[in-house]
Write a protein that binds this ligand. Structure first.
Ligand code: NAI
Length: 723
């Protein structure tokens, strides 16, 4: 019999066996080989000693209940070891199943986070009790890494809550619930407030149910809500959110599709067959490139970025007491809310008391919504609102140790507002600008302490967008960078760090995506196909509609400013084929974008987007003009990836992780790629394949697709983009 090394068997005198998950070799329990051996050993012993056992409790000696699959292992699984991965998964499933069907009550005492494999262990128990520990989360987030829960997670959630709820609440969006919300949504049966209470409840369940079974092992059981016969059933279900329908329909996201298929097919067969189906669909995902891209980005890169790979080592952490937000418009209002939510006092300043109050009203609106959905309490709302002081009086900024400026995008105005307050705030206050395009080095010239000046580029809407791009100006000091980094983490956002350059990293790179879409319209391609190509590439926003949102006059202004700067520096300015389209749209047709009431799309009186402007067909489209659809998709993806390589060459970017995370979390680069540089790593044929394709696109569509020297060099050396 194999030994259990990671699960401790503790049996009390009444016959209750507590299986304590406690891997001695790691700080968290993971589904590694030692665990696989242990769970099998435990199942063997439970069967052998069945008569002396009254019930079984799963719990853990670690802070988290169980951390799930070992991603370092998973990223290495390829077609060559697919069978081993399949067999390993099946062996855990069989062992958990043997304990589940022993005929004894099995309880999961979930003492901390149970995500992925952790919740799957809990699902194999008849009764689940979660400890309401701070930060604890429960759910099956595998989909966010391009995978599916293959430890019985699909099979059991479908049988527990029915297909629709299992798919929508647990499997397809990978929602991570707090213990209380897990209870409300049927993921657990009870919540306990202390570990003692949790174990007491576990014992009480065993006492009350000497013979316990899963509902699906009871004769006559039917899956709640019935079962459809078609895996594409989401398309016919009004309850399915549009984004999921889109993922299931077109974008290259195999995980949602495999989850759907495993759930629907598995719902029509017996439990054991369903588990095999689940494993088969998992193996397909884990051996494919997309899960590797997503694990690289959303696990390894995200961890690197958040843990401070780009934060100057050794810089001391300093507390933030009070933040001054200058400008209470769309961005300022959102920044004030995000700071207050993190427990920081905010003084929100605008030109008039009314404008400042409107900025605060934005927080009131968000909180009213949160309250109506049960996501906050009246007390918490009041506490948060009390932290925001709206004002028009600069004197109220006294005592602020951080300033975040978000007034109009105008260098002279930004200089003016900093001059007005630099002697009122604390003498060593950190000075940040939320500019989206203006060079930080130039903005810093407006203040006396340039070393304390830095760019802090938030994304709209601030309360929802997880990323902040920190921009080091030419004279920004390390301490300012560390303070900015710590502030971003404090407000629970993800910081990437870049060096100053026009448009930094994010605004510059997204510009290439938009230009490419607009250029295609100029080439006579049907604009509806351009939009469809963006959607099928996996972009969250269609390209022409995004241009309308940003307004067509903005790139024109930036283009003119950049052209002037390049020419002043003695360089040559290359026009982009998109420029002519934008100029005609604005000058000839008077269609500057959504805020002007008309752009590539028509807009209703209420600002709602209507259909693509029929004039596009008349003035731009050449009937019968077509290019391969694959070229349309890849022109957008390549334009962003290639410029990101140039950002690395120019030292605008200093890490690969910043590029990957910034592109997906900030500017909507499709998540399945794992980000702009991981997209290149994972492209068919690797870097040489990417270089060859870039050259082909350059031949067909212009020199802007020529691979930059750094890319060619890496391809020739057989390297990839990794930190
Ligand atoms: P907005 O037009 O909504 O707000 C600007 C606010 O600044 C207005 O409320 C205005 O009254 C106020 N203001 C003007 N002069 C002022 C002064 N002297 N003192 C105090 N307040 C003053 O603009 P929005 O969209 O919030 O943008 C603000 C900044 O954030 C700009 O630099 C913009 O480029 C940048 N940004 C905008 C993003 C967006 O998606 N809108 C994204 C990221 C950055």
């Amino acid at each position: 019999m194999t030994e259990s090394t990671t699960i401790r068997w503790e049996q009390d005198e009444t016959g209750i066996v507590t299986l304590v998950l406690d891997d001695p070799a790691q700080s968290a329990n993971t589904m590694n080989q030692a665990f696989r051996d242990s769970v099998k050993a435990v199942a063997d012993r439970a069967e052998a000693e069945k008569d002396s056992i009254r019930g079984i409790i799963y719990t853990s000696a670690k802070k988290t209940f169980f951390a799930g699959g070992d991603l370092k292992d998973m990223i290495r699984i390829g077609p060559g070891n697919a069978q081993d991965a399949f067999d390993a998964g099946m062996s855990v499933k069989r062992a958990l199943r043997r304990i589940e069907t022993l005929g004894k009550p099995v309880v999961a005492a979930i003492n901390g986070a149970a995500l992925g494999g952790g919740y799957e262990i809990a699902l194999a128990a008849h009764h689940r009790i979660a400890l309401d520990a701070p930060g604890s989360r429960i759910g099956l987030p595998e989909v966010t890494l391009g995978l599916l829960p293959a430890g019985g997670g699909v099979t059991r959630t479908v049988r527990l809550m029915g297909l629709t709820d299992a798919l929508l609440k647990v499997l397809l969006q990978g929602t991570q619930y707090t213990p209380r919300r897990a209870l409300e949504n049927g993921l657990v049966h009870e919540v306990a407030t202390t570990p003692e209470e949790m174990l007491e409840k576990a014992r009480a369940f065993i006492d009350a149910h000497p013979e316990s079974h899963q509902p699906w092992d009871v004769k006559g059981y039917r899956i709640p809500g019935g079962t459809p016969s078609n895996p594409k059933f989401a398309a016919n279900l009004p309850a399915f959110p549009a984004n999921l329908k889109k993922q299931l329909a077109g974008a290259p996201m195999p995980a949602p599709r495999n989850i759907m298929a495993a759930a629907v097919e598995g719902s029509q067969v017996d439990f054991e067959t369903a588990q095999t189906i689940e494993a088969r669909y998992f193996t397909e995902l884990v051996t494919g490139q997309i899960s590797k891209n997503m694990i690289q980005a959303f696990f390894f890169d995200l961890q690197a970025v958040n843990s401070g790979a780009s934060r100057p080592a050794g810089a001391e952490e300093r507390p933030v007491r009070k933040v001054a937000v200058l400008g209470a418009g769309m961005m300022g209002a959102g920044i004030a809310y995000s700071c207050a939510r993190a427990g920081i006092d905010v003084v929100l300043k605008d030109v008039s008391a009314e404008a400042a109050a409107r900025g605060k009203a934005y927080s009131e609106k968000l909180l009213a919504k949160a309250l109506s959905r049960g996501r906050t309490t009246e007390a918490k709302r009041d506490e948060l609102l009390a932290r925001i002081t709206p004002t028009a009086d600069p004197a109220d900024l006294a005592g602020c140790d951080v300033v975040i400026e978000a007034v109009f995008e105008d260098t002279a105005l930004k200089h003016k507002v900093f001059q007005e307050i630099q002697h009122i705030v604390e003498p060593d206050a950190l000075l940040c600008s939320n500019t989206s395009t203006l060079p930080i080095t130039v903005l810093a010239e407006g203040v006396e302490r340039q070393a304390d000046f830095i760019g802090l580029h938030f994304f709209s809407p601030v309360d929802k967008m997880p990323l902040v791009e920190i921009i080091k100006g030419g004279r920004t000091g390390d301490e300012a960078l560390a303070r900015a980094f710590d502030l971003v983490r404090r407000i629970k956002k993800t910081p990437i760090v870049v060096n100053d350059s026009r448009g930094f990293f994010t605004s510059r790179v997204i510009g290439h995506f938009i230009n490419e879409g607009v250029a295609m319209v100029g080439e006579g391609i049907d604009p509806a196909s351009v939009e469809q190509a963006a959607a099928q590439a996996g972009y969250p926003a269609k390209v022409l509609s995004l241009m309308d949102e940003l307004t067509l006059t903005l790139p024109r202004r930036i283009r003119e400013e950049t052209r002037r700067a390049v020419e002043e520096a003695g360089g040559t300015w290359a026009t982009h084929p998109a420029d002519a389209v934008v100029d005609r749209m604005v000058d000839e047709f008077g269609r500057p974008g959504r805020s002007g009431g008309a752009g590539f799309y028509d807009y209703g009186e209420d600002g709602r987007r209507g259909l693509l402007w029929p004039g596009l067909r008349e003035h731009f489209t050449e009937p019968g003009r077509e290019i391969p659809f694959e070229d349309m998709r890849e022109r957008m993806l390549f334009s962003e990836a290639l410029d990101s390589v140039r950002c690395l060459e120019e030292n605008v970017l200093t890490t690969v992780a910043d590029a990957n995370i910034g592109s997906v979390m900030g500017i909507g680069f499709p998540p399945w790629t794992g980000g702009v540089l991981q997209y290149i790593n994972g492209y068919e044929g690797g870097l040489p394949g990417f270089v060859a394709r870039a050259r082909q696109l350059a031949e067909r569509y212009g020199d802007r697709f020529l691979p930059p020297p750094l890319l060619v060099e890496k391809a020739e050396k057989g390297e990839t983009f990794h930190d």
